[in-house]
Write a protein of this length. Sequence first.
Length: 413
Amino acid sequence: MVIVDQPASIGALPLTVARDAGCQVAYLPGLAMRRIADLYPGEAKTDAKDAAVIADAARTMPHTLRSLELTGEVTAELTVLVGFDQDLTAEATRASNRIRGLLTQFHPSLERVLGPRLYHQAVTWLLERYGSPAALRKAGRRRLVEVIRPKAPRMAHRLIDDVFDALDEQTVVVPGTGTLDVVIPSLARSLAAVHEQRRALEAQIEALLETHPLSKVLTSMPGVAARTAAALLVTVGDGTSFPTAAHLASYAGLAPTTKSSGTSIHGEHAPKGGNRQLKRAMFLSAFAALHDPASRTYYDRCRARGKTHTQALLRLARHRISEHGHGNVSPEDVPCAAHGGRRLGGRPEQRARPGTATSHNPLDHVTEGLPDHRGAGWAVEGCPLVPGRRAAGNQGSGRRSKSVPGGGQLATF
């Protein structure tokens, strides 16, 4: 058996080789591994010690392991594209914040006009050519309208009018303003290039997403488009790892954390952990779903109870996991990947009952007596089979551990 603490990056090749050789594979999260390592004497942090900790944890605490199902080709490609899109998003945010910071420093009125519109091609096109307030004023209204008209035919006049109104509000020149002619155009070109890359990448994600059997289920939900659907598939797959919606909400960091001790300390608090990528996707989809009447009603109800905007959105995201996790499509129209493409639906008594075997789990022999973590999934209710108790098995005996070049560790049994 091969256990890694990094299933991606340097752990991808060892896992592929292990599967090809017929070995069972599992994953021990890095945070869990570090907390387990604190139970051992000594403060040393070496690859050899980490590998020994992973091997010993797999032998004595098998419940800490996570099953690593074989990732399909579509999901593997989506993982790479979604990761690259997130990198581009961070780069776009960095460039945008830098531009807005410079404009705020030297001309706040101009920043209030152009800052919120930096996502628009016309604004970056304008700043690539005229980066300073003096350059904008020198070009004149007519010239600026002609420059941005191909990019924004309907808002050209309105945008330039707003720009000149902002220029007229400030008569004092802050020292160093002349450097904007060099810095702003360069940042604007970088921002425009990143936006163009993201648009091209979105088309690739959409094309790849269409080949996934659960794409129509996810995109049928209000507020879920291609990027969010891809992020959901990458983070939770078909959702069969979660017995209930509450488990999924807890994994996403959307379920409250109970803290109690005796009779004096009790209450529920916002969780600090959870999968941040999944939480971000659910939060943004909840924000985008406010146009949906049902989502808006729930959001307004939360605000009426005194919740802030962010708190109401988080509650809406949690509510959507329970209410809309099955999608808004007919069960007869959506194939279920967990059933090999069979149609969904049927009465509850026609579905599998507890104790029915669903698929072989590579960790069965080290998870005696542990609950099954396969669950209802993203599709309609009852899509994957109802999980039963795993068969008991014998724990592996003996261990060998080794370090992987690059900092990761794997343990073999």
